[in-house]
Design a protein around this ligand. Structure first.
Ligand code: GCU
Length: 696
């Protein structure tokens, strides 16, 4: 609550009506009750307070108003006069901010804009009430900013309540039914709105029998969640099973081209909207890791996605159709199959064949949320399709919320990547739907309205929300980067630090900030250093994916191999001699990645199989790099832990203890990684460490 201190001490006027305006008013009223301010309802508000100033408490110092909400006090009216709605539309979620003559003003065209304006003021804190500010216009760059919860309703025998969840149980479900902790759900909605998230999928993409029924007889449970999230501008989405017409409807088939199947989806969807009028839509994992899909009926994924899209279209809903389709039963002896190729091979030929309200949801890399992968070539291959980029906030492959790993810099790198070459459109532009603007019109190019950004949520019922208290920074950074992918991830970290470690909770805010930066800024690269080298990926324990196991996946059907032998390591994905994956990229990347001379070091083993003594662009050999980075990574964890110790007694003791305990585990695990990886490659290659360090 302390983040609201600056606002709560002011006389505020809120003008406008509607659910989200009421949320703004309630937030300010709660803050005012704490910090001595006062909130008045403006002229057009339905509340009993009457017109502006009627409460007689003196002129407002803060005005939040919906455009057209009736007469505004002088400074607010002046701000509005400087705004040309025709030239400068704010959209559903944008707002204007200015400070004139000692009054801070937020204006929005729509209620959600007012809510985001409120949280912007919270971020600014006292700075929102300093010197005058010129008119600023804020609008989200990405329209869809969604979190996918991999939460099961019924506890799964292997995956538990939350698949790949590291923050306790689910906020929504427990032991086969709804959890009904609606206070917590509301608090979660508030947290997400403060980060900028506006959509949530409430169940796992792997839809098991109980979860499938959320679409039909358990729909009331979804409606209950929607009711609690709606005041914070969050639309609820549901993961559905492609086989629902068979599983739930008793039909003999789920063939998307079958008339009865079509009718079934249309009717089921109509019933959803009767209960939840602002329902967001469906998320579908089809023909992937055992989930049912259109292949079974000889149909394409466009056929599959379109039948759901057609059912949702009359109600304004969208289908998030996942592109994570690959053969998870491949024969490891078969060197011609390359999992990295799969999404492109399946989906690129379907470009232009999806309905407008289909969003193809593409994992950021071609494999699976590794700490380092190239950007997926699918992102540059589908100008006629709305694409969403999927990230993983839950740290399945980045330390499972036991390791500190601030992902903001990694995500920022992905979002800023220019798939057609430096200076061109970026991944963020694709997600925003603006990548093809200003180019000669391509047939079927999607204009406006990209698919946005999605992350697999890292939140649960843990008291700190995310298990590792510092993993909150990832949740926050996701929302902020989805709002504006151009933000500097370290500046975003500052925002999170200021909102989380407020002056009264710490005796030395400057030291706290410095140490948090020292611990978090480079933590993703540190994690990369002590795990799988040079982009080759995996080397994790099969199943739960925590800790090292270099050959754990080497002779399995999962398609994630490193091919280390006595001479070298890496996957040859070149056109010249390998799987030809490099050919899925447009130039210049198709050339850059093809050649060992130009391939970036950090991705070398993703694209090439090279001898251990191959010299990297950095000047050291591959084998020496493996040793050096693994020793360095562990040293950095030691330094992190020492730095964190300096915060003892400066911040909340429980929080400090929780992080300390996790840093101990991170160090233990990092040492295990270092020793297994170094020993493995020393034994394979026989090349000793140039610095004579101990390799077990
Ligand atoms: C990974 C993860 C699975 C998940 C899958 C997906 O493979 O390990 O738990 O279901 O991704 O994204 O669908």
């Amino acid at each position: 609550p302390e983040a609201f201190a600056a606002l709560g001490a002011r006389r505020a006027l809120v003008c406008g009506a509607g659910l989200l305006v009421q949320t703004v008013r309630d937030e300010l009223a709660a803050a005012a009750a704490r910090y001595g301010g006062k909130v008045t309802a403006g002229a057009a508000a339905a509340g009993p307070a009457g017109p502006a100033g009627a409460a007689g408490a003196g002129a407002p110092e803060l005005v939040l108003a919906l455009a057209g909400a009736g007469p505004l006090p002088g400074p607010a009216a002046a701000v509005l006069a400087g705004h040309d709605p025709a030239a400068d539309a704010l959209g559903d979620e944008g707002f204007l901010l200015a400070r004139r003559a000692g009054v801070t003003v937020v204006l929005a065209d729509r209620p959600a804009g007012l809510l985001y304006g409120l949280f912007h003021l919270v971020r600014l804190g006292p700075a929102a009430f300093g010197p005058d500010r010129a008119l600023e216009r804020h609008r989200p760059v990405l329209r869809h900013r969604m979190l996918d919860h991999w939460d099961n309703v019924a506890v799964h025998p292997v995956m538990g309540q939350v698949e790949r969840g590291y923050a306790g149980g689910s906020i929504f479900w427990r032991d086969g039914g709804p959890r009904r902790d609606f206070e917590r759900v509301r608090a979660y909605g508030r947290l997400l709105a403060a980060c900028g998230v506006n959509a949530v999928a409430v169940n796992n993409v792997n839809v098991h029998a109980t979860e499938a029924r959320l679409l039909t007889d358990r729909l009331g449970d979804v409606a209950d969640l929607a009711d609690r999230l709606r005041p914070y501008g969050i639309r609820v989405h549901l993961s559905v099973s492609f086989a629902a017409p068979v599983m739930l409807g008793g039909l003999p088939t789920a063939d998307p081209c079958d008339e009865a199947v079509r009718d079934w989806w249309a009717a089921a969807t109509r019933r959803v909207y009767e209960r939840i009028p602002d329902f967001g839509g469906y998320v579908v994992k089809a023909d992937s890791e055992g989930q049912p899909g259109p292949f079974r009926y000889g149909r394409s994924h466009a056929d599959g996605a379109n039948v759901l899209a057609e059912a949702l279209a009359p109600h304004g809903g969208v289908v998030h159709w996942r592109a994570f389709v690959y053969n998870h039963r491949q024969d490891w002896r078969d060197r011609s199959t390359d999992r990295a190729r799969a999404a492109f091979d399946h989906f690129a030929p379907l470009d232009g064949r999806f309905r407008d309200n289909v969003i193809l949801q593409v994992k950021h890399g071609p494999i699976d949320f590794q700490p380092r992968e190239p950007v997926s070539p699918v992102i540059a291959a589908m100008p006629g399709t709305r694409l969403a980029v999927e990230l993983q906030a839950t740290q399945e492959y980045t330390g499972q919320q036991r390791h500190v790993c601030y992902l903001g810099p990694w995500w920022s790198e992905i979002l800023r990547f220019a798939p057609w070459g430096p200076g061109g459109s970026t991944v963020a532009d694709v997600a925003a739907g603006t990548a093809y603007e200003g180019r000669p019109a391509l047939p079927g190019t999607v204009g406006g309205g990209g698919g946005g950004l999605v992350a697999v949520s890292n939140a649960g019922d843990d008291p700190f929300w995310t298990g590792h208290p510092l993993a909150q920074a990832n949740l926050y950074a996701f929302g902020r980067l989805a709002w504006d992918p151009g933000l500097d991830p370290l500046a975003v970290l500052d925002e999170w630090i200021d909102l989380t470690f407020t002056p009264s909770t710490t005796r030395d805010p400057r030291l706290v900030r410095r140490i948090l930066h020292e611990v978090l800024d480079d933590s993703w690269r540190t994690y990369e250093r002590y795990t799988a080298p040079l982009g080759v990926g995996f080397m994790v324990r099969p199943g739960h994916h925590y800790g090292p196991d270099v050959d754990g996946y080497e002779y399995t059907p999962w398609g994630t191999y490193h091919f280390a032998d006595r001479d070298g390591v890496g996957v040859d994905r070149t056109r010249a001699t390998g799987t030809r994956f490099t050919g899925q990229y447009p130039p210049p990347w198709s050339h850059t990645y093809e050649s060992v001379q130009t391939c970036p070091d950090e991705l070398l083993l993703f694209f090439h199989h090279v001898p251990y003594r191959h010299v990297l662009r950095s000047g050291v050999t591959v084998i020496q790099h493996i040793y050096d980075s693994h020793f360095a990574g562990v040293e950095q964890v030691v330094a992190m832990r020492d730095r964190w110790r300096r915060l003892a007694r400066l911040i909340d003791a429980r929080l400090h203890a929780r992080v300390s305990q996790r840093l101990d585990e991170q160090l233990r695990c990092a040492q295990e990684w270092r020793d297994q990886v170094n020993a493995y490659f020393y034994r394979k290659s026989g090349v000793p460490d140039a610095h004579g360090r101990r390799i077990p």
